[in-house]
Design a protein around this ligand. Structure first.
Ligand code: 8IG
Length: 296
């Protein structure tokens, strides 16, 4: 038996959109449905929360889908699932893990799940993550809606002269739906650092001065690729720890996983309700959301 081969996204001669098309075709084939509707990326601490959305109808190991590989982080699951959204007849494509920029596989690998979600027919994507919080009122286990981001990776998933508008990247419509579900939800600006080290206290102070409320190592690049693809984006962070220097405790990955476990109830309920609301609400047309221009 030979190892399954996967296209090398990082090779400049590879077309990332055709790999996403191939991945979408495998997902359609394996799940028996031509299209999925809502995609979810489950970040640190969100692992169990997909279960409340509905029945899992199919589980596909990542390495059986073109362009995907096994998870690199302990505590992240290397599968994607096709999940019934309650009784709506719609389907969620739930990624149990993501590729992080710090893994060094390039930006194309980071956003491949997003492009595959588009190829699989999704019109909405919910990006979740575990992160550090700057607001001392946000104890470990607090979910916070992402209102906007600051991308400190010094890179972009967009190739060529495509000037994508990022105004209202994190859909006000979807944030309103989330507030309907949980009126107590706070919002914040997410700052993506490269990682994999956590920030120094000085870097956390800098993030605050820049207007950030949350610090993490994901989501922003994915959100940009989602906007380019015309997907409507919702971002939800789970504050698993106070950012470095905000509390006097050192940061540990074990603590992150622990906070996720503790918050699974509230976050799972929130996510399930939000996805149900998304599925039963009518989305604006792609034309009004896709914002690529080539004439800037
Ligand atoms: I979970 O405090 C988690 N991920 N950059 N900083 C950064 N990423 C994180 C943190 C944090 N906590």
């Amino acid at each position: 038996m030979s190892e399954p081969t996967t296209p090398d996204l990082d090779d400049p001669s590879t077309d990332p959109l055709s790999v996403a098309q191939a991945a979408g075709a495998v997902i359609a084939d394996r799940t028996g449905v031509a299209t999925h509707d809502v995609a979810l990326v489950l970040g640190s601490g969100w692992g169990q929360t997909g279960d409340l959305i509905g029945e899992t109808l199919e589980t596909i190991p990542n390495d059986e889908v073109p362009g995907f590989r096994r998870a690199a982080v302990v505590g992240h699951s290397g599968t994607m699932r096709s999940v019934a959204i309650g009784e709506t007849g719609l389907r969620a494509l739930v990624y149990g893990t993501r590729t992080h920029f710090y893994e060094g596989r390039g930006v194309r690998a980071v956003v491949h799940a997003v492009r595959t979600a588009k190829a699989a027919g999704c019109t909405t994507i919910v990006l979740t993550n575990g992160c550090g919080g700057l607001n001392p009122a946000w104890g470990p286990g607090t979910p916070v809606l992402i209102r906007d981001h600051i991308n400190l990776t010094a890179t972009s998933p967009i190739e060529g002269a495509n000037f994508v508008d990022l105004t209202d990247l994190y859909s006000p419509r979807l944030r309103a739906l989330a507030h309907d579900v949980d009126p107590g939800l706070d919002e914040g600006v997410y700052v993506q650092f490269r990682g994999p080290h956590y920030e120094t206290p000085a870097e956390v102070r800098m993030a605050g001065i820049l207007g950030g409320d949350l610090v993490g190592m994901s989501t922003s690049l994915e959100a940009i690729a989602a906007r380019q693809a015309g997907l409507e984006v919702l971002g939800i962070s789970l504050v698993t720890n106070l950012a470095a220097g905000i509390s006097d405790r050192p940061l540990s990955h074990a603590e992150v996983l622990e906070a996720g476990q503790a918050a699974a109830g509230r976050c799972g309920e929130l996510l399930a309700q939000v996805v149900l609301r998304i599925a039963t609400s009518s989305a604006p047309t792609t034309e009004t959301r896709s914002a690529t221009t080539t004439d800037a």
